[in-house]
Design a protein around this ligand. Sequence first.
Ligand code: GDP
Ligand code: IMO
Ligand code: MG
Length: 428
Amino acid sequence: MPATVVVGTQWGDEGKGKVTDLLAEEMQCVVRYQGGHNAGHTLVVNGESFKLQLMPSGVLYPHITPVIGNGVVVDPLVLLNEIDMLESRGIDCSRLRVSGNAHLILPYHQMLDAVFERHLGKNKLGTTKRGIGPAYADKASRVGLRMQDLFDESIFRAKLEVVLHQTNPLLAKVYNKLGYEIDDLVSTYIGEYAPRLEPYIGDAIDVVHNALEAGENVLMEGAQATFLDLDHGTYPFVTSSNPTAGGACTGAGIGPRHIDRVVGIAKAYTTRVGAGPFPAELFDEIGDHLVDVGREFGTNTGRRRRTGWIDAVMLRHAVRVNSLSEISLTKLDILDALDTVKICEAYEIDGERIEAMPYHQTDFHNAKAIYREMPGWNTDLSNCTDRSEFPAEAIAYVEAIEELVGVPVTIIGVGPGRKQVVHFNTTP
Ligand code: GDP
Ligand code: IMO
Ligand code: MG
């Protein structure tokens, strides 16, 4: 059976967790395919809020097999704490399967992330300081440790010797920090974490392919987003993995022919945490209003998110690089009280109107948003359950996005709750 991918189309925090949880009802397996605990996905079910960093957002349904794929970087303690948190709230996590090929985030990755950022000073990227970049860098340099290494002490020690041979002097000589002792890491990771993690670790590819072969529905849950993608994002202000739909193939071990639906999640406005260009950014009271009403503070780090209008140029690019079949538009309710709403439909760069994503990053930095302005709806949408209950202005706003972006808007979010959605258009 085919697989569905859920992918962020902006700079993260679009509501991927909520939409994944919603779609998971029809799925049997939900796979996280990249990123790590830099992600923060919030689900609200019957008024109860769940904040997930590593666990796939389908975990709340008893019929789902949640899988952490090979493309994810895992901090074992964060995973164990998340399992404990969910179990203490009555969610059974015994079905979780974690790929033995997923790389480990170790304490020196977190330390390197912090000292690199400090060294960059005012040019810092604004990372989540979770060790994501250094862990993926070690993976690419072939000196990373994987989940499966937790179960063979001699391999674990041998790999640590190789990586610490270069990492400890770097920390000591360049950044004036203490290095890490192999014995300490062995005692914590192999002595404490490995026995607790063992029941969950295995061959995730086998789990996913058995599900596909059995005709089950598999959902690939992306973290981060298209414009935080290492290849397609606003480099270097990106994360170190591939959240775009192609990442679902490498990060879960499936070929592209299995995927037949790619749902791009877009907030009805735009937010960004951390540094980097943002053409439709707002610096006025409307921007503050979006932060206040939309509660735009990071699930993960608590940082205030930067806000702006929705950007159709970015979304058109996201359609291309992910082959989006549709857009799920979240947080439409946050625009309820505005007299006018705007959509960035093109950029002005050096006096010229540009409708496609500029290939040169400097142009993107200098791009000025050209807006289509539309009347607001001044209506509380949070109780709407059907398109027919939407005011004409809200329908016009969504239809303008469809026209500018070129794919249908299917699911619209009108509140944080699982049931606060309106099915606007059917999947093509
Ligand atoms: P993710 O990282 O893409 O999963 O998104 P986050 O969970 O970090 O941020 C989205 C926030 O918006 C969460 O607090 C959600 O509960 C909330 N949310 C999601 N969809 C909607 C919606 O349609 N309306 C409102 N008001 N809140 C929403
Ligand atoms: P979810 O899955 C929003 C941002 C950081 C920083 C950049 C690099 O909840 O949408 P990293 O720690 O990954 O090296 O940081 O990426 N970032 C996110 N922003 N939502 C996220 O995840 C993010 N994960 C990373 O703020 O700018
Ligand atoms: Mg988030």
